[in-house]
Structure formats: C-alpha cells, structure tokens
Design a binder for this molecule. Sequence first.
Ligand code: GLU
Length: 216
Amino acid sequence: MRPEWAKARRIVVKIGSALLVDNEAGVLRAAWLDALCDDIAELRKRGKEVILVSSGAIALGRNLLGVPKGPLKLEDSQASAAVGQIHLAHAYESAFRARGLVAAQVLVTLGDTEERRRYLNARSTISTLLKRGAVPVVNENDTVATNEIRYGDNDRLAARVASMVSADCLVLLSDVDGLYTAPPGSGADAKRLDVVPEITAEIEAMAGDVGSELSR
Ligand code: GLU
C-alpha cells in the first residue's frame, strides 16, 4: 500500500466513467467494479473510512435510453442520468452487499457545497453514514443540474467532497495513470510527472482536450 493510503484514515476515491463503463457497448464493466469493491472492502478491513465519488450515470443511461452517440443536449444528459443513476446505484448496492458492506447513495448539486446551511447538512449526513459503517457513493444530481449551476466534472466534485469531509487523501482513478506532459500515445514525447509540488503556468498549459466522449 502506498504510504499516503497507509497513513490516511479517511479516503475519497473518484471513479471516472471511462473505467466503469465500456464506451463501445455503453454497459457497466462488471469485472472492474468487482475488483474495485474488493479493494474498498480491504481498505475497510484495515479500518479506513472510504467515500466514493462515482461517475457513469450519463454514460450508462444514454445507452439504456437509446440516445445516439455524439454530444448531448442538456435535456438528454438529464434524462440519461435519471436512467443511469438507478442502474449505477443498483450495481454498487449489490457489489457491496456481496462483501458484507452497506452502500449509500448521496446525490448533490453545486448549491449543496456552496450554501453554508446545505453544506453543513450534507457533511453531517455523510459523517453519520461513515459512523454507521456505510460506504457513501456520491455523484452529482445531474437530472436537476442545469448548465449554469453544476459541477459538470466529478474531479471537481470529488475535491469538494474531500474537503467537506476533511479527508486525508483523495484518489482520482482514471484510464490514465497520472499527469503527463502531453496526451500519452499522441505521438508527442509524453512524460509522466510523478510529483507536482506546485501548480505553475507551465503545468496548467499541459491541460488539453477530452480524450473520449465519456470524459470532461
Ligand atoms: N456526473 C456525471 C455522471 O455520472 C459524470 C461527470 C464526469 O464525468 O466527471 O455521468
């Protein structure tokens, strides 16, 4: 186990859509989810509190609803999320139950972390769930989020959740194993940066466009 994980008591893990959903078929990658839940169960055995921030609702739902590939209109992403979220919640619930753990669904909107009263309320709900031994699975409430008032990006949501619950460690799981100086496989000489001690203009300039339709 990495030293950051070994030391941390409370860990937030963000799961990107590209890992959880097969882009071509638009279905859940069940074997990957099982392996993830094995790891979470192991962390729990070692006394860690784990909070998941999981994407995948829109990617799953659009397939189930038959929304054609390509960029989504707001109403289509809201409708897809409504269908996909229930599917996602069911998958987490049964995977955790099989490992003796209780999954809890927490859907938040931007206002829940911006407005003090709602922020305190969300924080206290998550802390009650952790105290009672559940594994909170957080996502944005995409069905009611509008373009102007949304996180849009679960990396951002995960960062907010991590600070809200005073997590010791935030892990972003994606299909790329770290920050590269250029998109890996793009032909450019892409080097992985193991440690970024400071966000500089040069680091910011490494941000590029999305790699797939599932990413933001
Ligand atoms: N909340 C979106 C979903 O569950 C994902 C946002 C993101 O990809 O960061 O589909």
